[in-house]
Write a new protein. Sequence first.
Length: 549
Amino acid sequence: MGPTAPRRRAAPAARESLPGLLTVCLLLPTCASKAGPAFKPNILLIMADDLGIGDLGCYGNDTLRTPNIDRLAEEGVRLTQHLAAAPVCTPSRAAFLTGRHALRSGMDATHGYRVLRWNGGSGGLPQNETTFARILQRQGYATGLIGKWHQGVNCESRTDHCHHPLNHGFDYFYGMPFTLVSECHPGWPPQVAVALGGRLWLSTQMMALGVLTVAAGKTLGLISVPWKFVWGAASLVLLFFGSWFASLGFVRRWNCILMRNHDVVEQPMALESTARLLSGEALSFIQRHKPGPFLLFVSLLHVHVPLMTTKEFQGKSQHGLYGDNVEEMDGLVGGKGMGGWEGGIRVPGIFRWPGVLPAGRVIQEPTSLMDIFPTVVQLGGGQVPQDRVIDGRSLVPLLQGEAEHSAHEFLFHYCGEHLHAARWHDKDSGRLWKVHYVTPRLHPEGAGACYGHGLCPCSGPGVTHHDPPLLFDLSGDPSEAQPLAPGSEPLYGAVLARVEQAVREHRRTLSPVPPQLSPGRIAWKPWLQPCCGHFPFCSCSQDPALREA
């Protein structure tokens, strides 16, 4: 198939449904002396979900009001080629926390499931992975996470908390161990039930058929297995069916919860006041640890569906509920899964450190969310692990002006386990090349989503494989509107060959690991479900006075 353009472009200036992780890194002074190499700044990381690069004033949007973020950009350094490590929540956050492609930790799709689906599943960020929080904790930092986690909770029991933030380097956690889903808002249509219902029902039917086949074979004398085994298998099928059926009716109660450290403090959560609670917790953490050093990761629930917005911001923007939610997100600062397209992976990135980083500087070099890991580790005085591949590169030389170019010559863009695209920053010529091997099939112009899917698929009939690959020169075509061909680009063959060589070298660094998003680990398990009160009717609420504070 020739290098033909898809029917719709993911232009970076337009809003797409992203994992869109706005990353704001604020480095704050401590009460300690700034003299000497031992100085450790306080570090505040702010991340927003599903935010497109074209949604902020400082990135060219003149219809949404984001004055607080715009001011941070004016006072700091703004990245224009900042790239998410994956197009959906769970793998992108795993890569952000560890500085490694999510595949390296088993946190990306291998069986079609691309994110964690339940608080009561057993998958999650493995204990042998090292987060930037764990390294800074060892350097004497107080470490906190306020907001969304979505990296798992338990492994074998309801209280082992093997995947919990406190087991990955955070001293304090307040927020959602899961993520926002439509069920969190009583007025929205179901999301998890629709996504999983068909697959789980089919799995239940297949298991039941298997048990019936074994029972028939035993009755007819065709197989010799103990009846104890048959009845045990039948009991498991009934347990699985009962759990599945119950889970679909309890999605909000079991997934939409708030935790403080290991304790569930609100189940289900009252979404209309959650933003205020998270903001108050973040301010409280900063006040408690202001002498420093501290690392605080504020992981906002905005602007993820169901786009719950407080009355103060409702109806105030020019872009409906989404615009209201973006403007509320800015207030808190003081088509999802687009694979490798720029509109699905380019995200805002802002660093502010008064007196150290030049105000108003714009960096147009390729950078990655995985770069936050080595950057934060270096700023905190730690060392990146030497016993594993780290895909991120420290941004400190680039931010401070000591380096002219990004440390990344090649960046690789995965959708699940499938490599969809790769980019090459040719530092000699300054040109930025992008090669697409696989692209999702898009709706006709203006539909705004992938063909036949709410979430763009990584493989199967919903994607197109390109042979030869699509090639774009992002230096002059950032919206990927004009695919190149041998007749229009003299370097066409040479560029494809160089990128293919880099892909082969990259793939040699990958090693098999246990998949954390396998059907067995992603399934809801009653004995792992976080709960306050009596299971399965888990219920608790916080002090009303706390909510009104």
